[in-house]
Design a binder for this molecule. Structure first.
Ligand SMILES: *Cc1c(COP(=O)(O)O)cnc(C)c1O
Length: 429
């Protein structure tokens, strides 16, 4: 039957979570049935990150973006950096370090994990609005690139350079005069604690030049305008404007750009109505900018830095149902995990209006019998919700509830000690 053009608009639904295979009604994660994986982990709740999916995501991105001669050379292509705040689990960072071209860190703690993971310091960059003097000193000693976000950092870096006898590698993180449209979280444009307002960048560049390149070695610019964007056109526009801004700043100050970080912000579908990002226009746009750069900034390597796009879809959060209650007709599945491990899925990590992440019962996928139920955690707060009145397979105590899209901003960005329940386990499989 063909659909009438006057049919009422279908309710928005979640994008299909088909990155995991299903066998006998069970999700396959890391090549294993979910129940077997849960037995292997030995307890719930846990986060599981699938190596195969992480590898596939990096490969997919490389295929969509312009490549250099060796497949990843930033002079012709686009270097991929992993922004490890999305998921700092050491084993995962170790895997990513071998797949991508560099790691972006935002604290000395993350720097340690990146270096332990074997990341090449030449391809590690350090951004963040409140870098402490000791952290800047460590960064100079490690010979990583510092994305400078304040005038205050310059004399601290120059002093560290003198003391250590090493040049401080610097790029200027610019707070541009435009915003990334359609971004879930804006981090550039307008008044921001991040980066240096474009109006005062020329003064900063003059101070860097004054210090001399054996103290402050200028490499280029970092522009990061926001996170969780599903609109390819907005991302392309931000990248084009970032390129043009960097070009203008460099030519005005007579500096050579060797490094240009065009940001990222690639989103993944979390909520009903969200569709997966279309990489093709972004690849074309970057190829066009790469082409322009041959004449306009021939020394420049291009970098994009992504966190959630690399890891978000490869991870699930698994929690066991410990009670099933009906309150005035509404079904509550009470699980052993909740917002203390997965603040983002509970809606309390910056959502304005709470929406459900994609959730299923991982040992009953595709089961015919379904019901409307709410999945809640064990905490004594009404905020501890993982799914609010969703259509789910009818389940029992002991079943494994799964929150998809949980590879980024999960365990490390949740208040694990809140209410004194056990911490979660994380496995890379
Ligand atoms: C948070 C952050 C990222 C990663 O954002 P995602 O949405 O996870 O891709 C990248 N760069 C900077 C500077 C950030 O602060």
């Amino acid at each position: 039957m063909t659909q009438s053009p006057h049919a009422p608009q279908a309710r928005p639904v979640h994008a299909p979570m088909n990155q995991f295979a299903v066998q006998d009604g069970e999700l396959i994660v890391g090549g294993m049935k979910l129940s077997q994986l849960a037995a292997r982990v030995g307890r719930t709740p846990f986060f599981a990150y699938d190596r195969g999916l992480l590898r596939a995501r990096v490969a997919e991105l490389r295929a969509a973006l312009p490549n250099g001669k060796d497949g990843k050379d930033g002079k012709d292509g686009i270097k991929l950096h992993y922004a490890m705040k999305a998921n700092p689990m050491p084993a995962l960072v170790g895997l990513m370090a071998g797949l991508v071209d560099g790691i972006d860190v935002a604290s000395a703690g993350e720097l340690k994990i990146a270096l332990d993971a074997g990341a090449d310091p030449a391809e590690v960059s350090f951004a963040g609005p409140g870098k402490r003097d000791a952290e800047l000193h460590q960064a100079v000693a490690a010979r990583v690139l510092v994305n400078v976000e304040s005038m205050r950092e310059l004399p601290v870096l120059a002093a560290a350079s003198r003391e250590l006898g090493l040049p401080a590698r610097v790029a200027v993180r610019v707070n541009p005069d435009f915003e990334l449209k359609g971004s879930g979280m804006r981090m550039g444009g307008g008044p921001k604690q991040f980066g240096v307002d474009v109006e005062i960048v020329p003064e900063m560049l003059a101070r860097i030049a004054q210090a001399g390149s054996d103290r402050l070695s200028f490499e280029g610019f970092h522009l990061y305008s926001g996170s969780q964007n599903l609109r390819a056109e907005s991302i392309c526009e931000a990248q084009r404007k970032s390129y043009e801004l960097a070009l203008r700043l460099a030519s005005e100050s007579n500096l050579t750009i060797r490094f240009l970080n065009l940001g990222g912000g690639f989103g993944i579908p979390y909520f009903p109505g969200d569709a997966r990002l279309d990489l093709a226009p972004i690849g074309e746009n970057l190829a066009m900018l790469r082409q322009r750069a041959r004449d306009e900034m021939p020394q420049a390597s291009f970098v994009i830095e992504l966190g959630r796009y690399f890891v978000g879809e490869a991870g699930i959060y698994v929690t066991r149902i410990v009670d099933r209650k009906v309150s005035r007709g509404q079904v509550f599945l009470v699980a052993d995990g909740g917002l203390h491990h997965h603040l983002a899925a509970s809606g309390n990590f910056g959502q304005v209006v709470r929406k459900n992440y994609p959730v299923t019962i991982g040992n009953r996928v595709g089961q015919a019998a379904t019901e409307t139920a709410s999945l809640v955690g064990p905490l004594c707060t009404p905020l501890d919700i993982l799914a609010d009145r969703m259509e789910l397979p009818v389940s029992e105590v002991g079943d494994l509830a799964v929150v998809f899209q949980s590879g980024a901003y999960g365990a490390s960005s949740s208040p694990q000690n809140f209410l004194g329940h056990p911490n979660c386990v994380e496995v890379l499989v």
